[in-house]
Design a protein around this ligand. Sequence first.
Ligand code: TYC
Length: 104
Amino acid sequence: MVTKNQDQLLVDKQKNKAKPPSLFNVILLNDDYTPMEFVIQVLQKFFSLDMETATRIMLKVHTEGRGICGTYPRDLAATKVKKVLDFAKQNQHPLQCVMEEIGS
Ligand code: TYC
């Protein structure tokens, strides 16, 4: 009979417990003051979107109040949110951006 040593049992246990990394949506929120052109620029600059996709997402946020810019692991999502907020502040726009865990 084949028996497993302690180390192998530990590896097996860790393997069974490993969860896939959580993913987060980065979301833009609408406001009445940030220019549409600036929002499109943000979507192109920080989320690598083409003009057409950026325009579609900006209009969705404008009409529905919020919209998803992209989906990333926690650290990357947090970095995107910070960069967007810093850039908006630098340009004196009140644009808001948040991250939300998927499935929560
Ligand atoms: N509502 C803004 C306007 O009319 C445009 C806008 C779109 C602002 C998306 C923020 O996340 C936003 N100028």
